[in-house]
Design a protein around this ligand. Structure first.
Ligand SMILES: [Zn+2]
Length: 288
């Protein structure tokens, strides 16, 4: 073990393997929970597990953190910004749906370098040792496999740990279902905004168009990109002068300030979004 201050940076991790849902009873800082307080966290953690079962999530490991409860879900995801945002939105959504005046779901455990208590160690918060409790793993999901009968012996049942990662699509579906205060890099977005900007991002990916920056101006969602005609512009200075955008209730846009793209006289210039789309996805791999 080492001190929390010496822990790794969130970028030091290649992948994400665990998603922690942490339920903690509300109480004054640096105090241990009473039994009554702790019981409210138990109700909450079980309600969350039940809710996620209805969304067909695989079973989590249930743990006693000493003062509250944890659900540990297996995931198998890259440790990148989009996944961090997905986990952040998931926890924020659970918190809005399940936090109450007695107990709260920690919405802050979304970064890859978050740590939690080593189960088996004692939680020693506050100065009343009678409330210090040992943390523990309470339930581990298992599956039974029946082995074929052999040599006159009766069938044998083998119990294995059944800890399957949540498919990413399920996690995304949960975020769509939950009342997530949608915190994205571009601020609060509706589900439709997210779909439309995802589509635009995918189009850029299909067309190998590099996105330099994503920003937001009210109902405009703007991607600064490298113009697909950048090579022929003969200029390396004005990278941010090319954008694709999505405007709520209006649609997609494209703008490049380079002369050969914006000139109305230029043959085969890219003036409108339709031209851009044709340029980067000539085979229309992206459907509408
Ligand atoms: Zn251009």
């Amino acid at each position: 073990m080492y001190k929390a201050s010496g822990r790794f940076k969130k970028t030091d991790y290649a992948r994400r393997q665990l998603l922690l849902v942490d339920c903690d009873p509300k109480r004054p800082a640096d105090t241990a929970a009473s039994d009554v307080q702790k019981a409210t966290a138990k109700l909450q953690v079980l309600a969350i597990r039940e809710y996620l079962r209805t969304l067909e999530f695989p079973e989590p490991i249930l743990c006693d953190s000493g003062n509250g409860y944890h659900l540990l879900y297996a995931v198998n995801e890259p440790n990148d910004e989009r996944t961090e945002l997905l986990v952040k939105n998931f926890l924020a959504g659970l918190s809005v749906k399940f936090s109450n005046e007695d107990s709260q779901v920690d919405a802050g455990n979304f970064e890859a370098n978050r740590i939690c208590k080593l189960y088996g160690s004692v939680a020693r918060k506050g100065d009343d040792p009678s409330l210090w409790r040992r943390s523990a793993v309470l339930e581990v999901p298992t599956r039974n496999t029946e082995l074929p009968a052999k040599g006159g012996h009766s069938r044998e049942t083998v119990v294995d740990v059944d800890f399957e990662p949540i498919p990413r699509a399920l996690l995304e579906a949960a975020v769509a279902e939950l009342p997530v205060p949608r915190d994205t890099k571009m601020g609060e977005m509706t589900l439709d905004d997210i779909r439309k900007t995802d589509w635009l991002r995918k189009l850029c990916e299909v067309g190998q168009v590099e996105i330099l920056n994503e920003r937001r101006k009210g109902k405009y969602f703007v991607f600064d990109i490298v113009c697909p005609r950048a090579a022929s512009h003969g200029s390396t200075t004005g990278d941010t002068s090319t954008i694709v955008s999505y405007e709520r209730e209006t649609g997609y846009g494209f703008k490049c300030l380079h002369g050969s793209c914006s000139s109305h006289n230029a043959v085969g210039g890219i003036k409108r979004f339709g031209d851009f789309r044709k340029e980067v996805d000539p085979k229309r791999l992206m459907s509408d």
